[in-house]
Write a protein that binds this ligand. Structure first.
Ligand SMILES: [Zn+2]
Length: 276
């Protein structure tokens, strides 16, 4: 979920039916080399293909399995060849279909140590949301750590934990062969704020986590970047332009989300100060 803290009051109104782009089909397409887009108009799902099997990052809403399958088959691949399932944040709009996909494919689910418990209890321990955001609990096979490299065939995906949006939200990086040219790619989870930054008993370290996550993302220099929501990286514009190479856009996006976080933190501090 990408909306800001103030929108939390209206959360039930903001779920899937109020976000038509979450459900609307979008043509599957190649991002670069062996990286493809298989999500909807706004909920990004990424397929990284190899002869040895595929990695699928994010699965979308609970009813998205048929669309995912169609998108993967249109590209000439098979859902059953997905061997590893990953997510970028353990929120229902990205993982609600994951248990179904796991059962259909027999793929192994990897999740960060901080998001794994939330995946396994279907969102019940999520510090930000309640029953409106529960999903089918997901069996997690492996807990992944910051700096770990996930390998499948020729693909090596580095785990960079970027907590704050969710307790275990995560960014992945890899190098892609883009028509003979090696390019750095980031699947960057954007640090949007969906819970209180100060005095948050369910997530006391949230502000410090976001600070560190933005610092990590500022050090990264991807030539190609994507995010969990297609709108966050101007997906449609890039599809039309026929290129996802956008190093300046990455820097601008991280700057923008970091600035927004700092503004919200300043507001929270001002409010906390005035209430004493
Ligand atoms: Zn989210």
């Amino acid at each position: 979920m990408r909306f800001l803290l103030t929108a939390l009051l209206f959360l039930p109104l903001l779920l899937a039916d109020q976000n038509p782009g979450w459900k609307k089909p979008f043509p599957a397409h190649r991002i670069a080399g062996n990286i493809y887009y298989v999500g909807t108009e706004d909920l990004a799902c990424f397929l990284i293909t190899n002869p040895e099997g595929h990695i699928l990052i994010n699965t979308g809403l609970a009813d998205s399995t048929p669309l995912l399958r169609q998108s993967i088959e249109k590209l000439g691949f098979q859902l059953k060849d997905v061997k590893i399932l990953l997510n970028m944040q353990a929120h229902f709009d990205h993982v609600a279909a994951m248990e179904e996909v796991r059962k259909l494919t027999g793929a192994k689910v990897y999740a960060t140590e901080a998001d794994a418990p939330i995946m396994e209890d279907g969102g019940h321990s999520d510090p930000a949301f309640g029953p409106e955001a529960y999903f089918t609990p997901i069996h997690v096979d492996r807990r992944i750590k910051d700096g770990e490299v996930i390998k499948l065939g020729a693909t090596a995906l580095t785990v960079i934990t970027t907590p704050g949006h969710s307790r275990g939200s995560v960014t992945y990086t890899m190098t892609v062969d883009d028509n003979g040219r090696k390019r750095a790619v980031a699947f960057a989870n954007m640090g949007t704020v969906v819970m209180p930054l100060l005095g948050n008993p369910k997530y006391p370290n949230i502000a410090a986590d976001l600070e560190q996550s933005f610092a990590k993302q500022q050090r990264m220099k991807p030539e190609i970047w994507v995010a969990a929501h297609a709108s966050q990286y101007d997906m449609e514009k890039k599809v039309k332009a026929g290129s996802f190479v956008d190093p300046q856009g990455y820097k601008a996006a991280i700057d923008q989300y970091e600035k927004s976080f700092h503004q919200q933190l300043a507001q929270a501090k001002a409010k906390a100060g005035s209430s004493h």
